[in-house]
Design a protein around this ligand. Structure first.
Ligand SMILES: [Zn+2]
Length: 431
């Protein structure tokens, strides 16, 4: 019943222990011990185990059961640590924060974003998701980007389909350790930098070991770069009436890219899901000038941020070419169905719904996609899947290795560890 083996490597006095994320996608948990210091990187849920043991009415009995069957890292990974560093808020990294033992401080890329997203979405959940928010007594702190903290850790902001996201660099007594978290090399919107540039900017020219994610090694879907994504979306903006794009609600980069494109194509952007409203506060910082083209959908059931104007769905459907909707898929469907019941919208022919898949193995599946598609097609909408990965692409691996110049590599969050090791050896000998 217990979880998979723990990989252990020593670099002088620095010990690296991988409790989760080896040979699979999800469940990252890395422990670093250095003399009397202990820190943890990520506290992820293993969805592979969660799906194996639970479903329908078979639900977790509690945190200790989730630990016993290896959905969560074992308690000894966390006990005695001074801090657990969360790379980003995807559940296979953030895990169940209420399971963190008291005394271990929780360091996150943004406590504000944690509070306005996961913590508020799941606080009153009737399922195991209620364990996601931290205990109210827990010490939750922001990491300070590009500044070494009291534990020797430097957080480096990276691009990912979840905002904000960090890689971590640990400068220890005998070794320097790099932990990538999840990242894409080429940012989608100018929200953060490119990993190799960030690494160079930090003055690091080599590390002893790199724990590097490799999600896309072995992935079969077609390669899509940021510019291909923009090109594809512009085409849709040009030739379709209403464009609705469903995104991972934590994906601020996708949100910003869609906002930039819609402004360029002279469309107003309408936020159609409660779970996307947190982004407005971030946009105020990142794109203040674009905010006057952003609306909240009138039908939302929560108060919308003060600075947003609102517009009703019927209004949007009267002039569909003038708008782009960002939504979570279910939210949009719900609203269309209600309108249909009232005898409003019958027809979305000429409009497109773009589904930007969150990485399927890294998140909770809250949507039955088959059913969603049937509904959307019943309205006549063209349904398209656009798969822009939140992770770097395999052909970019060399650039990453050349920036970090690690002596040793530990592939994590991947089913392609063998290929990564082979490529790594090849790159190192040619360097
Ligand atoms: Zn992620």
């Amino acid at each position: 019943m217990s979880r998979s083996r723990v990989l252990e490597r020593e670099y002088g006095k620095v010990k690296v222990k991988v409790y989760g994320g080896l040979g699979e996608i999800g469940g990252n948990c890395i422990v670093i011990e250095d003399r009397d210091r202990k820190i943890v990187f990520d506290n992820g849920i293993r969805f592979s185990a969660l799906r194996k043991f639970y479903g329908g009415r078979i639900e977790p009995l509690g945190l200790s059961e989730l630990r016993a069957i290896g959905v969560l890292p074992p308690l000894d990974a966390l006990q005695g640590a001074s801090a657990v560093y969360i790379s980003h808020l995807h559940l296979d990294h953030v895990g169940l924060l209420s399971s963190i033992p008291p005394g271990v401080s929780i360091k996150v890329p943004s406590a504000r974003v944690l509070e306005s997203t996961l913590a508020s979405w799941y606080k009153r959940s009737g399922s195991w998701l209620a364990y996601v928010p931290p205990e109210y007594t827990a010490k939750v702190e922001d990491v300070e980007p590009m500044k070494e903290d009291e534990n020797g850790v430097t957080a480096m902001p990276v691009s990912h389909s979840c905002f904000p996201a960090c890689s971590f660099l640990y400068r220890g007594s005998d070794a320097t350790v790099f932990y990538s978290g999840d990242f894409r090399l080429e940012p989608l919107a100018g929200v953060c930098g490119q990993l190799d540039e960030v690494v160079r900017g930090s003055g690091v020219d080599k590390v002893d070991v790199a724990l590097l994610e490799g999600t896309n090694f072995g992935a079969e879907h077609a390669l899509m770069t940021a510019s291909m994504f923009r090109e594809c979306l512009s085409l849709l903006f040009r030739d379709y009436e209403l464009i609705s794009v469903s995104i991972d609600p934590l994906d601020l980069e996708a949100f910003t890219a869609i906002l930039d494109l819609s402004s360029l194509m002279d469309r107003s952007l309408v936020i159609g899901s409660e779970r996307l409203l947190w982004a407005v506060e971030e946009l105020e910082r990142l794109r203040p000038e674009a905010l006057d083209r952003v609306y909240a959908l009138e039908e939302l059931e929560v108060p919308t941020p003060l600075l947003l104007k609102s517009v009703g769905l019927e209004e949007v459907l009267k002039g569909p070419q003038g708008y782009a909707l960002v939504v979570e898929p279910v939210g949009l469907l719900q609203r269309l169905r209600v309108l249909k019941m009232w005898g409003g919208v019958q027809d979305l022919a000429g409009s497109a719904v773009v589904l930007m898949d969150p990485e399927p193995r890294e998140s909770v599946k809250e949507v039955e996609e088959g059913a969603l598609r049937v509904w959307l097609r019943s309205f006549g909408a063209q349904v398209l899947r656009l798969r822009l990965s939140g992770h770097y692409l395999p052909h970019q691996f060399r650039r990453i290795v050349e920036a970090l110049r690690p002596r040793d590599l530990i592939p994590i969050h991947t089913e392609g560890a063998d290929v990564m090791n082979k490529l790594f050896n090849r790159i190192v000998t040619s360097m």
